[in-house]
Design a protein. Structure first.
Length: 201
């Protein structure tokens, strides 16, 4: 093998190694969303306190743990592992049953959609245990972000969604018996900055 062929072979090997080890732009963007390393949310009602703890386990995912205490004494403790990234985490009574639910934004594929995307999952806390409430594979459009908002004492979820290659929309959803239902589009075909401005109002 002459020097030119050897140099060409080394160059190809280096390019192959770089292409295999460099993260894609999509992975970087997803990674930038993952700000949860160790976060605890508390809700107190009377002498009872619910604490929900989301903790990063690194490459293994996240631990989601719910603890209930009464007058300072722990009465329930339940935890399980989420084997996928989390981009949003909050507590709110979305189904109006008088108990806080866990609103969780995750990045994963589903049975009906094999692509790794942002999802909106809802969990309820039933007798101290965390149980699935709604695990919808998708909403009307690909989700960018969401948040809980109370309007006239009624719970809603406000979303930013990707409408097309250049535009975004802001939508409003409410709980209807067995899942989230689109109430209305607040704005459509807007740019990203405008969607965030409306979303955060």
């Amino acid at each position: 093998m002459n020097k030119l062929n050897l140099l060409l072979l080394i160059t190809i090997l280096l390019l192959t190694i770089i292409s295999c080890t460099s993260p894609s732009t999509e992975n970087k963007a997803v990674g930038n969303q993952l700000s949860f390393i160790d976060s605890t949310l508390h809700i107190t009602s009377g002498n009872e306190t619910l604490s929900v703890h989301l903790k990063s386990l690194g490459k293994y995912g996240y631990s989601l743990r719910a603890r209930t205490s009464r007058a300072g004494k722990e009465i329930t403790d339940f935890a399980f592992v989420l084997h996928y990234p989390v981009y949003h985490f909050e507590l709110a009574d979305i189904n109006r049953e008088g108990r806080p639910d866990i609103l969780l934004g995750v990045i994963k594929s589903t049975h009906f959609d094999p692509v790794q995307r942002k999802r909106l999952f809802l969990y309820k806390i039933d007798n101290g245990r965390i149980r699935p409430l709604w695990m919808g594979s998708r909403i009307s459009h690909p989700i960018v972000d969401f948040r809980y908002k109370k309007i006239n004492d009624h719970p809603y979820i406000i979303t930013i969604e990707k409408e097309n290659s250049n535009g975004y929309l802001v939508a409003e959803y409410e709980w209807k018996g067995f899942g989230l239902e689109l109430t209305k589009y607040i704005a459509r075909n807007i740019n990203q900055d405008k969607s965030h401005e409306i979303f955060t109002k």
